[in-house]
Every structure is written in C-alpha cells, then in structure tokens.
Design a protein around this ligand. Structure first.
Ligand SMILES: C=CC1=C(C)c2cc3[nH]c(cc4nc(cc5[nH]c(cc1n2)c(C)c5CCC(=O)O)C(CCC(=O)O)=C4C)c(C)c3C=C
Ligand SMILES: [Fe+2]
Ligand SMILES: [Fe+2]
Length: 340
C-alpha cells in the first residue's frame, strides 16, 4: 500500500524558553545547517548560541503563535487535510526538527499498512539545509526503524511550470495596485554551503548564478532562487527594473549569500522606492521568518528608512491551487512505484 509524507522544517513544541532551546539545539546541531566539525559546532551552538538566543527567539515566536500552535505546523496540517480529501492514499506530515518527527509520520503511515511512501520535502529550492537534510534524515530513519519500506523522494520543484504558474497567480492576486518594486526575499544560506554542494566547482556566486546553463545550477540554491524569480516575473509581465532579489535570516559571523534583505530594506527608500511589495518564495507556508522577520521587523526597517507602504504577500499556505500542485507532484512519484 502507498502513502504520502509531507515534510516541513518544524517548530518548537511551545513558546516556552526551554522548548525553544531544545528545538534550536536539534536544528542547529544538524551538520547540514551548521556545517562545522562536531566539536566546533557544539562549542558554537551549545557554548554560545543556546546561552543567549532561546529567550529572544521565544519572544519572537510568541508574536506569531496562534491558539492552534505554530503557524508553520498548523498550515502544514491544513495542507495535509486538504490533500487527503483529493487522494485515495493516506497522507501524513513529518517535521525535520521536533514533533511530529519524520519517524512519527512514517510510523503513522506504516500503522495503516503503508510500505511505499512518497516523501515530499516542502522546499522549492535545493540546499543542503533543505531537501538534502530531509532526505538524509528520512533515509537514516528508514534504515534503522523501517528497513522493509520504500521511499520515493520528490525533488526541488522551483523549475516546474505548474509550481511557477501557481506562485505567479497567487502573487498576481495579492499585489497591491501601486507599488514601486516587488522584492523576492529568500531564506539565506552561508556562501560556504553553496561551494560545498557544487560537484562541478564552477559556481563563483557572482553572475554565474543568474546565467543560463551553468553546470552548477542543479545544486546551486542561489541560482534556483534567481530562476524562480525570473520565471515568475516573466509570467507576471513585470519588468526586471521593478524587481529586487535578496536573502534573509542570516545567523552568525560567516558570509552568507548576498544581497541581504535587511540591508536592502534600509537602502531602497533613499533610491526612491517608497511603496514596496514583498514575497518569500523559499517558504511554502508562513512561519516565524515571514510573519515576524519580514512582516513586522522588515516593515519597521523599511518605514524607519523613509519607506511609506510595505505590503507583505503571504506564502502559498493552503491555497487550493497550491494543493493541486502538491497533488500532481505526489501523483507523479506515486506512479513511479509502478515502473520499478
Ligand atoms: C526555507 C529554507 C530554509 C533554509 C535554507 C534555512 C537555513 C538556515 N536556517 C538557520 C537558522 C534558523 N532558521 C530558523 C527558522 C526557520 N528557518 C526556516 C527555513 C530555512 N532555514 C524556517 C521555515 C524557519 C521558521 C521555523 C518556524 O518555526 O516558524 C531559526 C529559528 C528562529 C530563530 O531563532 O531565529 C534559526 C536559528 C541557519 C543557520 C541556516 C543555514 C543554512
Ligand atoms: Fe551559483
Ligand atoms: Fe532557517
């Protein structure tokens, strides 16, 4: 029997400082997120970050938390429920960090008799801290706990027409009538991650990310973000001059991919951009990084620097057109089980 597991990043169990600390510990001790040797990662995470960050993060989570829980989890559950109505195989969710874990999700499926799983990492663009860590974790769990099952993984979908059409339509509906620029703000990653995962060693993080046909593109998160933007704005008929790409949420002292979202918010009003629309297509569901960092903090940065109107465009969340895309991508992979 077949089943579907939708995998998202995960959130703390609650906004209590101890729960946030446990979540950050698991998240940041992932070697695909902070990719230092174990001893240096432990020194940085447990010796420095976890000593100061949890109370601040907990406060930030409190500002977005709902009666039902973390927005990211609540929205992923809504996607699951809507998808379940459209397909005739069981659908469960799993989070890369914290609960419900990938193991919990797989167990719920196997308890229903599922032996062949389509696992969907809910990240449009590939990075070692997105798709790769989900697949690594799921394979570890499968080998250790469920050796008898098969898992088919859905690959990054930033270049799939059905996804781009869906994103473009969603943005079109939510764009304000008047705006000077539309900013695409993607979650950032350290530059080192891009070099590390480039088997061709041809990406220099300059114009090669925006060039056509560089061999590194399949593994270049920065390219995949620019490509997402380029194809969406083509559909929207927006001139490139009206579009900004930037990368948010950097952590620590390493160099992350540029340009940085917060610096952009502070500089563009002086260049005459007073009415700004912002969309965050690295996230399929709204979460702390969109609802607090962009909608609240980002708006504050922009307006304090002279900006007038800041319009945040929500993620795809549980929009019906997005659920249709999820269904199509899952069905493609479900059908692959018949081919082997
Ligand atoms: C969308 C893709 C994501 C990438 C790439 C990513 C990389 C990455 N993140 C951190 C550090 C943090 N991220 C945090 C929150 C967070 N990150 C993503 C997604 C990506 N992260 C999401 C969806 C969220 C929100 C989760 C939620 O519960 O709503 C946090 C926690 C919050 C905070 O304390 O600021 C940290 C820390 C690193 C180091 C990294 C490197 C590749
Ligand atoms: Fe690149
Ligand atoms: Fe993150």
């Amino acid at each position: 029997m077949k089943g579907i597991l939708l995998v998202n990043l995960g959130s703390p169990r609650s906004t209590a400082v101890q729960d946030v600390k446990e979540y950050l510990d698991e998240f940041l001790m992932d070697e695909r997120v902070i990719d230092y040797r174990w001893i240096f990662r432990a020194l940085l995470v447990q010796g420095i970050i976890l000593k100061t960050r949890p109370p601040k993060s907990a406060e930030a989570y409190k500002t977005v938390w709902t009666d039902e829980g973390s927005p990211l989890i609540v929205i992923t559950e809504k996607i699951q429920k809507k998808l379940q109505k459209l397909v005739d195989v069981p659908v469960e969710i799993g989070m890369r960090y914290a609960e419900p874990s990938i193991e919990t999700g797989i167990r719920k499926l196997t308890d229903k008799g599922v032996t062949e799983i389509v696992l969907f990492p809910l990240y449009p663009q590939y990075a070692m801290s997105t798709t790769e860590t989900v697949i690594e974790k799921a394979e570890e769990v499968r080998k250790q706990k469920f050796p008898g099952i098969k898992i088919n993984y859905i690959q990054p979908f930033y270049n799939r027409d059905i996804y781009i059409n869906c994103l473009a339509e969603s943005i079109r509906e939510k764009l304000p009538e008047n705006f000077d620029a539309l900013q695409f703000s993607y979650h950032g990653v350290p530059e080192r991650h891009i070099f590390k995962t480039d088997p061709t060693k041809t990406c220099n993080l300059n114009d090669c990310c925006t060039r056509e046909n560089n061999p590194s593109h399949q593994f270049c998160y920065r390219h995949q973000c620019y490509k997402t933007t380029e194809t969406v704005i083509e559909k929207l008929n927006l001139p490139k001059e009206k579009v900004i790409v930037s990368f948010q949420s950097r952590l620590g002292k390493d160099k992350w991919i540029e340009p940085y979202t917060d610096e952009t918010f502070e500089t563009i009003p002086k260049k005459g951009i007073k009415n700004l629309a912002v969309v965050c297509p690295a996230f399929v569901s709204d979460c702390l990084e969109t609802l607090e960092e962009i909608s609240v903090e980002g708006k504050h940065q922009f307006t304090s620097a002279g900006g007038e109107n800041f319009h945040y465009i929500p993620c795809l969340n549980d929009e019906d057109r997005w659920i249709d895309v999820v269904k199509t991508l899952c069905e493609e992979k479900l059908n692959e089980f018949y081919l082997v």
